[in-house]
Design a protein around this ligand. Structure first.
Ligand SMILES: Cc1ncc(COP(=O)(O)O)c(C=O)c1O
Length: 431
């Protein structure tokens, strides 16, 4: 296959006519498919149906004989903390188990930091003239939404395929106004990349202008492998402690995409000082989390091996969907020079960079009945300066729908690329 740029005028014209005809035929099918939602499918949720009957009538006493039905237990049950200790890479006493949604914990940590400061702060972050976060990009739109909500400036840095561009990060981190950084270190949303050891060591040991700088380490996809290779990354808590900044990381995870997205457990791990700080803050907000749900998770997942088996069952459902998208992209686009895409080994997304423009691809897809994540969503303030980032979410639709949608998406990307490389006045507009 020749890159479009290398084709003769006649070859380009022939290609354009063929792709346009294919696109028109796809559009004429009048489909309605949605590839926007990074949600588990009903079949994935079914894997945890056994939980609906747990902990079961009469089963409410914890390992230490406490009554899980009652108030209290702010930090979470010791057995639940033990269950997730290997996921978080922290001992039980440095873990907090909250209710569903780790996003809520991230939100709370930022709000607490703005209102009260964190251990090591001279004053609350909101008293600083213009607090800012480093944002590896493309990234998770809801991280960016939290910053935007509270007026925290966002400083995008590019991702490299093995984590953020560390030269750029280190330069930005020297500014005392830079208080934190978002990191999705494994199977990143949406690029799927895995932070390398060198990246993690540099994040742990870099000089920060703010003494109270925090890594918001969102390990959302820690156990969400798509291949038999269960990638491991360096333990950020250990690396930061080794580098002499044990308080730098706030580690977050959850069971939203392990058990039930609407009824999972949120997990927080950090240094002793950070955990004490966090508990002091949330102790004003709640008298204690839902410990029956914690017991339910312990009864259902049991141990590290139980969690692994459960994630293998997710993988069996998800891997074919990701393979279907990649196969369609490869078959339609390889060699044309109109797009690059990630081939993630875990997580929930495939990232595409489209030469023909993300906005144009989303528009073409919409005309063909395919809902894609809005262009720009993966950039701070929704502004993608290159208008190229697309995020594909193949987890929720059925495998058949993913197959069909992938055909259409690949055609839209190709058509947009051809339009950009060989524009023809009025010829390729969508009616
Ligand atoms: C990187 C990342 N963090 C957090 C979340 C949400 O996590 P939770 O359901 O625990 O709030 C998502 C969901 O897509 C995500 O992609």
């Amino acid at each position: 296959m020749n890159a479009i740029a290398d084709l003769s005028a006649a070859e380009r014209e022939a290609l354009r006519d063929r792709v346009r005809a294919d696109y028109d035929a796809f559009r004429a099918r009048g489909l309605k498919l949605d590839m926007t939602r990074g949600k588990p499918s009903p079949e994935q949720l079914d894997l945890a149906n056994g939980m609906l009957a747990l902990p079961g009538n009469g089963d409410y006493l914890t390992q230490s004989g406490e009554d899980a039905r009652n108030y209290g237990g702010l930090q979470g049950l010791p057995e639940t903390r033990a269950l997730f200790s290997h996921v978080l890479g922290a001992p039980q006493d440095r873990i907090v188990v909250g209710d569903n949604s780790s996003l809520a914990l991230m939100h709370d940590c930022l709000v607490f930091a703005l209102l009260k400061g964190v251990p090591g702060s001279a004053q609350p972050w909101s008293k600083e003239p213009s607090p800012a976060f480093i944002c590896p990009t493309p990234g998770y739109d809801r991280h960016f939404a939290i910053c935007e909500e509270f007026g925290v400036r966002m400083l995008p840095v590019p991702l490299t395929g093995h984590g953020p561009d560390m030269d750029a990060v280190e330069a930005l981190a020297l500014d005392p106004a830079v208080k934190g950084m978002w990191c999705v270190p494994k199977y990143s949303n949406p690029t799927g990349e895995i932070y390398s050891d060198a990246t993690i060591r540099r994040l742990a040991s870099m000089r920060a202008g703010a003494a109270d700088f925090r890594l918001f380490w969102d390990d959302a996809y820690s156990v969400h492998h798509l291949t038999e290779r269960r990638h491991q990354i360096l333990n950020i808590l250990d690396e930061c402690a080794l580098a002499g900044c044990p308080d730098r990381p706030f580690v977050f995870a959850s069971t939203s995409k392990v058990t039930l997205a609407g009824a999972g457990l949120a997990l927080f791990a950090a240094s002793q000082a950070n955990v004490a700080w966090f508990l002091a803050r949330i102790g004003k907000r709640t008298i204690g989390p839902d410990k029956l749900n914690q017991l339910r998770h312990v009864r259902f997942l049991r141990d590290e091996e139980g969690l692994r088996r459960h994630m293998d069952a997710h993988r069996a459902l998800l891997a074919p969907k990701f393979a279907a998208v990649l196969e369609a992209l490869e078959r339609h686009l390889a060699g044309f020079g109109v797009a690059r895409w990630s081939a993630p080994e875990g997580g929930y997304f495939i990232a595409v960079e489209a030469l023909g423009g993300a906005k144009r691809v989303v528009e073409l897809a919409k005309q063909a009945g395919l809902a894609l994540t809005p262009a720009g969503a993966t950039w701070p303030y929704g502004q993608d300066p290159h208008d190229s980032s697309l995020r594909l979410a193949p987890t929720f639709p059925t495998l058949d729908d993913v197959r069909i949608a992938s055909e259409g998406i690949a055609l839209c990307i190709l058509l947009a690329g051809i339009e950009a490389l060989c524009p023809v006045e009025g010829a390729l507009g969508t009616q």
